[in-house]
Ligand binder design. Structure first.
Ligand code: GLC
Length: 705
C-alpha cells in the first residue's frame, strides 16, 4: 500500500486516463457506497450497473453493536461482477469498522490510550489490518479521534480521551499500523463530534473556532500529515453549521488548509440527514450541498446516485468538482492496490485465524490503570493465601471485547476466574458456588483477600449509548457492600468502558484496578497484574469525575478570572456546595507497584528549542515503566490559554534504584496556539513546565521566552 504522495506518475496518469474514459454515470457510481443488505441479487445488479464504488460492510447504522459477518464469499462474487461485468470494470473498495481488532480483539481505543504506548498501539493496529486483509477488507473506518470530555457520551470509549496531543499520537500510531500493513485508514469523525451537548449522541455542538482549532482539530491535522487516506465527516453541526454540508470545514479547512489529498466519506446516511438537520430542503439539495461542501463519497443515503446526474447536467455541481471527487476515490483505490489486481483473480477463501493472544495480552496489560492500592495489598502472593473470587464479571466474556467488535468472538475470550486460577495454581480459591449474595458473603468470610470482578455491559457503551448516570449497576454495588461488611481486604477489578463514578467502589475497596474492556486477553492481563507478573503502568487519558454533576471536567480547562480552579488543588472559590470539587482521578493518573522520585527539573533554550530535563529514580523494589509527562503553562496572551497543556511524554523503564535523565526537546513553535482565524500566535513571557507522572504534578521550572 502507498500514501497518495508516494504514488508514481504512472499511477496518477492511469487515474487521469480512467477519468477521461468514464461516463457521467460511471463517475457517479464510484461515489456511491451502499451497505450490505440481504437481497443479494439486487446488490449484484447495482454492482453490475456500475453503481457501487465502495461497500460498507455492515447491515445497520449501528455497526458497533452488530456481529453479522461480512460475507466474504458473496463479496468475491460482487468483486467479480464489478471487474468483469460493470461498465468501468473498477473494483469495489470494501470498508469495515476494524476499530480495535479483527478476529484478535485488542483493548477499546480509550484503554489503548491509557497505555500511552505508541509502539504497541501501532503493532496492534498492524495485526488487526493483516487479519482484515485476509478477509478481503481494504479500508477501515478507524481511528476515531474525537476529543471527548463527557463520559455520558457512549462513544468516549472509541476515541483517545480528552487531550489533543495524546490523541494525535495515538491516531498517528493507528494510521501507521493500519496503512503500513496495507489497509486504508480513516480519520473520524471530522469534526468536534465529541462535543455533543449533554453527552447525547448525534447532538448539536457549540464549539468556537478557537476551541475547534486548538482542541478538536489537532488529531486530524496530525493524521493528514501522517498521510491518512480517508476522512469521515461527522453527523453534528458546529454552532449551527452542519459539518456534512460545510464547505468552510470540509474544503476550506480540511482539504485546502490542512492539505488533505485523500477522499472524504460521509457518515452513515448523513447526506440524507441534512434534511432533518434543517440544512437541506430535499434529497436533491442534500446531494448538491454535500458534494459542493467537499463530501466525496456518500455512505448509504443514495442521494448522490439518485440526484448527481441531473445536478451535474444542470451545472449545480460542476464537472470539475465531480472529477475531483472521483479522482480522490480512484487515487485511494490505487494506493490500496485495487487498480492492480491480477487479471485472473481467484476468489479468496475464508481465512483461518490464529489469535495473537500474546500481543492482545500485552496491549491489555499496558492500558490497565491501578487506581488504588492501600497497604500495598497488591500484588497478591501466589501462595499461602485464601482468595475469594466473586462478582458478576468473574465469567463474563462478550463484554470484555467492548463495543465496535464486529469480527471478534465471545467464545475466544478468556475467562477471568480461569485466568486467576491458572496464574496462581498453588493458591486456595474459594468460590461462591451458587453465585448468590449469601454464598458470596460466606466465601468472603473464609478468605484472606476478596477479588470482586465488576464491570459495564459492552452494549451499554459505544454509539447511541448515552448514559445520564455513571454508576455501576446496583446489584454490583450491593454485592461489594455486603462483602465489605465481612472482609475489608477487597480488590475490585472493573471491566468497564467509559469513565464511571468509582467513588463508592473506592471507599469499599483497598485496591481498585480499572481493567476496562480490554479485548480477547483482558482476563489474563488483569490476573497477571494482580499477581505481579505484569506491573501496572497505565495512566488515564481522560478525567474520572467524582459525580456526573461535575461533567464536563477536564485537565486542560482555560484559566478563569476568579480562582475557581480546583482541578489542581484547593481554589479560593468552591465549584459546588454539594460535592468535592477535585476529580476522582485526574488526567495522567495511574499507580504502580513501585515508586519514583523526581529531581528538580532543569531548563535551557538552544536556538528555537526548549530543553527540559529531569532525573527520575525508581525508589521502590520492583521494575516499573513510568510515563513521564511534560505540561506547559503559558504567559498572558491575546486569548486565554489552558491552565496546563500536555506537550510531550516519554515512557521510561527503570529498575529498582536506577536513575535516568529524561529530556524533553520542545520546539518553540509547539508552544504557539491558533487564533480563531487560524493565525498562529506566539506569546512572549514566562512559560512554566510541569514534569511528572500525572497532570497535577507540582514540580515545575520556568523560562522567559
Ligand atoms: C456509524 C458510525 C461510524 C461508522 C459508520 C459505519 O454510524 O458513526 O463511525 O464507521 O456508521 O459503520
Amino acid at each position: 500500500m502507498k500514501l497518495i504522495k508516494d504514488l508514481s506518475q504512472r499511477e496518477f496518469d492511469r487515474v487521469e486516463e480512467l477519468l477521461t474514459k468514464m461516463t457521467l454515470d460511471e463517475k457517479i457510481g464510484q461515489l456511491n457506497q451502499p451497505n450490505l443488505f440481504d437481497d443479494k441479487a439486487a446488490l449484484g445488479d447495482l454492482v453490475r450497473e456500475g453503481k457501487v464504488g465502495s461497500l460498507v460492510l455492515a447491515y445497520s447504522a449501528l455497526a458497533g453493536t452488530e456481529s453479522r459477518k461480512s460475507q466474504l464469499g458473496f463479496r468475491q462474487e460482487l468483486q467479480r461482477i464489478a471487474i468483469e461485468e460493470s461498465p468501468s470494470g473498477i473494483p469495489i473498495l470494501f470498508g469495515r469498522d476494524v476499530i480495535h481488532g479483527h478476529r484478535t480483539v485488542f483493548p477499546i481505543p480509550l484503554m489503548q490510550a491509557h497505555s500511552w504506548n505508541v509502539d504497541l498501539v501501532e503493532k496492534a493496529s498492524s495485526t488487526a489490518a493483516k487479519e482484515a486483509i485476509a478477509d478481503d477488507i481494504h479500508w477501515t473506518f478507524a481511528p476515531m479521534m474525537d476529543i471527548a470530555r463527557d463520559p455520558r457520551w457512549g462513544r468516549i470509549i472509541e476515541g483517545f480521551g480528552e487531550d489533543p496531543h495524546l490523541a494525535s499520537e495515538m491516531a498517528v500510531a493507528m494510521i501507521k499500523g493500519f496503512q503500513s500493513a496495507g489497509i486504508a485508514a480513516c480519520a473520524k469523525h471530522f469534526v468536534a463530534y465529541g462535543a455533543s451537548e449533554g453527552g447525547r449522541d448525534y447532538n448539536t455542538t457549540e464549539v468556537s473556532d478557537y476551541t475547534l482549532r486548538n482542541i478538536y482539530l489537532p488529531p486530524f491535522a496530525a493524521s493528514v500529515r501522517a498521510g491518512v487516506l480517508t476522512v469521515m465527516a461527522s453527523f453534528n453541526d458546529i454552532s449551527g453549521e452542519a459539518v456534512t454540508g460545510s464547505r468552510r470545514l470540509l474544503t476550506g479547512l480540511l482539504k485546502e488548509e490542512l492539505g488533505f489529498e485523500g477522499f472524504v466519506v460521509s457518515d452513515w446516511d448523513a447526506v440524507g440527514q441534512l434534511i432533518r438537520q434543517g440544512a437541506a430542503a430535499d434529497r436533491r439539495a442534500a446531494a448538491a450541498i454535500a458534494i459542493n461542501a467537499g463530501i466525496d463519497m456518500d455512505m448509504v443515503s443514495n442521494c448522490f446516485i439518485d440526484h448527481l446526474p441531473e445536478l451535474v447536467k444542470d451545472g449545480t455541481v460542476s464537472e470539475s468538482r465531480l472529477n475531483d471527487a472521483v479522482r480522490r476515490v480512484l487515487l485511494v483505490k490505487s494506493a490500496v492496490g485495487l487498480l492492480d489486481l491480477p487479471d485472473n483473480r481467484t476468489p479468496m477463501q475464508a481465512p483461518v485465524y490464529e489469535l495473537n493472544v500474546q500481543l492482545a495480552h500485552d496491549a491489555a496489560a499496558s492500558g490497565m490503570v491501578l487506581l488504588k492500592n492501600e497497604f500495598e495489598l497488591l500484588p497478591l502472593p501466589v501462595q499461602e493465601k485464601k482468595i475469594a473470587l466473586l462478582g458478576q464479571f468473574l465469567n463474563e466474556q462478550r463484554s470484555m471485547l467492548g463495543s465496535w467488535t464486529l469480527d471478534g468472538r465471545a467464545e475466544d475470550v478468556q475467562v477471568f476466574e480461569e485466568c486467576m486460577k491458572q496464574t496462581a495454581p498453588e493458591l486456595i480459591f474459594i468460590n461462591a458456588a451458587s453465585g448468590s449474595a449469601d454464598a458470596a458473603v460466606e466465601a468472603a468470610i473464609q478468605a484472606d483477600v476478596v477479588i470482586v470482578a465488576l464491570g459495564e455491559d459492552w452494549n451499554n457503551t459505544g454509539e447511541a449509548r448515552g448514559h445520564a448516570g455513571l454508576l455501576l449497576p446496583d446489584e454490583q454495588l450491593d454485592l461489594l457492600c455486603a462483602v465489605n461488611n465481612v472482609n475489608k481486604n477487597i480488590v475490585s477489578v472493573i471491566f468497564s468502558g467509559r469513565p464511571l463514578i468509582f467513588d463508592e467502589v473506592s471507599q469499599l475497596s483497598k485496591a481498585v484496578l480499572y481493567a476496562g474492556h480490554s479485548g480477547t486477553a483482558a482476563a489474563s492481563a488483569a490476573a497477571s497484574i494482580l499477581f505481579g507478573l505484569n506491573d501496572p503502568c497505565g495512566k488515564l487519558s481522560v478525567t474520572f469525575p467524582r459525580n456526573a454533576g461535575q461533567i464536563p471536567i477536564y485537565y486542560n480547562q482555560r484559566s478563569a478570572g476568579r480562582d475557581i480552579d480546583n482541578y489542581y488543588g484547593k481554589a479560593v472559590f468552591k465549584n459546588y456546595q454539594d460535592c468535592e470539587d477535585s476529580p476522582m482521578y485526574p488526567f495522567g493518573y495511574g499507580l504502580q507497584y513501585t515508586t519514583y522520585e523526581y529531581g528538580k527539573p532543569e531548563i535551557n533554550k538552544v536556538d528555537n528549542t526548549i530543553c527540559v530535563s529531569v532525573d527520575i529514580t525508581n525508589t521502590g523494589k520492583r521494575t516499573g515503566i513510568e510515563t513521564v509527562q511534560c505540561y506547559a503553562s503559558y504567559p498572558a496572551s491575546e486569548f486565554v490559554r489552558p491552565i496546563r497543556e500536555l506537550k510531550q511524554f516519554h515512557r521510561v523503564s527503570l529498575n529498582p534504584g536506577e536513575t535516568k535523565k529524561v529530556e524533553f526537546n520542545i520546539e518553540i513553535n509547539d508552544l504557539a496556539y491558533f487564533a480563531p482565524d487560524g493565525k498562529l500566535i506566539h506569546s512572549k513571557g514566562k512559560y512554566v513546565f510541569w514534569i511528572g507522572g500525572c497532570s497535577t504534578v507540582t514540580e515545575s521550572v520556568t523560562i522567559d521566552i
